[in-house]
Design a protein around this ligand. Structure first.
Ligand code: SAH
Ligand code: SF4
Length: 368
């Protein structure tokens, strides 16, 4: 979607609804024209200016000349039998991965906020890539626009967006927050604030800021509630240890009144014995939170495995006996490497190189 390097035009998706109103006002257009355009994009989810049939031809021409409307191309789509589609998208700035997850009665989109990630969690394929680049607000929203176009042909709408693709959204704070506010804004895409989830590995200062900057659901990837173990799994814990993370979450909860979701990957012989369950119960004390238990999704070369069903049940029962419901969530899309933590094209070069479009379409650019 991105404008070519030589193209300095603003992308239509980088303008807020009020930005569009101002722009058309500056062009001397009557207010109702701008409102029509906002309705095309944000209510009808139409992202092609040519299809905005009630706008005069001269205005459509000016819009297409002065703004960029390109969306990324889909250069690979892998569908799994359990209803996931892993998309590899190509913009002029490089490649982006997203995953559509179809459930009975709802359709989720897992968006990336960065290409790669610099937080280097030891269990995460994206973390192994290292950091490639931040995605812009328009690039995050373009993932939604493309997914919406795909699922509309199936009679679905994207009902949920989770920032659980590649990257740490709070490490790309302004762009991620900008995209969330556009997704949930009543004057914009208007998704329910409960249906848009920011997932973070625990950047404490940014969590505090989120309390007033954004209305969305917050998920925290905890995975261990003891500092030594968490630091081993998630190096960011050294910078923001558990006490600091908890204090930021308490602040967030005081300001927003919202429940927090704790994501907890279960890794065999690592973080799911009764000792770790006790640590988790202690950490949760005083927080209103629900816990999702996610059996580790393996990928080649990782020194970890998922625990036995019995170990999972024991961990879960320990929490349940202390009135902490903790459903086990199995990731969709394992067979096409679309599950949590599996996003990473086969080679880093795949994500850093800018593909020649026709080339890529003909090459079988299959993901890891
Ligand atoms: N950076 C953010 C969001 C992207 S990761 C975060 O860490 O929360 C999305 C989720 O996938 C996180 O909960 C992350 O811990 C989880 N994840 C990463 N690798 C995984 C794996 N191998 N198996 C299961 N979940 C994994
Ligand atoms: Fe980054 Fe999240 Fe993966 Fe950690 S789990 S490396 S924060 S994407």
């Amino acid at each position: 979607m991105q404008t070519p390097a030589t193209d300095t035009r603003t992308h239509a998706l980088s303008l807020t609804p009020s930005g569009l109103l101002t722009l058309l006002n500056d062009w001397g257009e009557p207010g109702f024209r701008a409102r029509q355009m906002v309705e095309w994009i944000y209510s009808k989810r139409v992202f092609s200016v040519d299809a905005m049939s009630n706008l005069p031809a001269a205005l459509r021409l000016r819009l297409s000349r002065e703004l960029s409307w390109d969306l990324p191309q889909i250069i690979s789509r892998l569908d799994s039998a359990d209803g996931a589609s892993k998309l590899l998208l190509s913009s002029e700035r490089g490649l982006i991965e997203s995953v559509i997850l179809r459930y009975e009665g709802r359709t989720s989109l897992c968006v990336s906020s960065q290409v790669g990630c610099r937080l280097a969690c030891s269990f995460c394929q994206t973390g192994r890539l290292g950091f490639v680049r931040h995605l812009s607000t328009a690039e995050i929203l373009a993932q939604y626009a493309i997914a919406e176009q795909i699922v509309q042909t199936e009679g679905r709408r994207i009902s949920h967006v989770v920032f659980m693709g590649m990257g740490e959204p709070l490490d790309n704070y302004d762009n991620a927050v900008g995209a969330v506010n556009r997704l949930t804004g009543k004057d914009a895409f208007g998704l329910s604030v409960r249906n848009v989830t920011l997932s973070t590995s625990g950047l404490a200062p940014q969590i505090r800021s989120l309390a007033t900057d954004v209305r969305a659901a917050l998920a925290v990837s905890l995975h261990a509630a003891r500092d030594d173990l968490r630091t081993e799994l998630m190096p960011i814990n050294k910078r923001y240890p558990l006490a600091e993370l908890k204090s930021a979450l308490m602040h967030y909860q005081q300001v927003t009144g919202d429940k927090i979701t704790i994501e907890y990957i279960l890794i065999r012989d690592k973080n799911c014995s009764v000792r770790e369950a006790k640590d988790l119960v202690r950490f949760l004390h005083g927080l209103r939170a629900k816990v999702n238990l996610i059996p580790f999704n393996s990928h080649p070369g990782m020194p970890y495995d998922r625990p036995s069903d019995e170990d999972i049940r024991t961990f879960q029962s320990y929490l349940a006996e202390r009135s902490i419901p903790a459903p086990v969530r199995y990731s969709k899309g394992l067979e096409v490497s679309a599950a949590c933590g599996q996003l990473a094209a086969k080679k880093l070069e795949t994500l850093t190189s800018i593909p020649k479009r026709n080339d890529v379409l003909n090459r079988n650019l299959i993901l890891s």
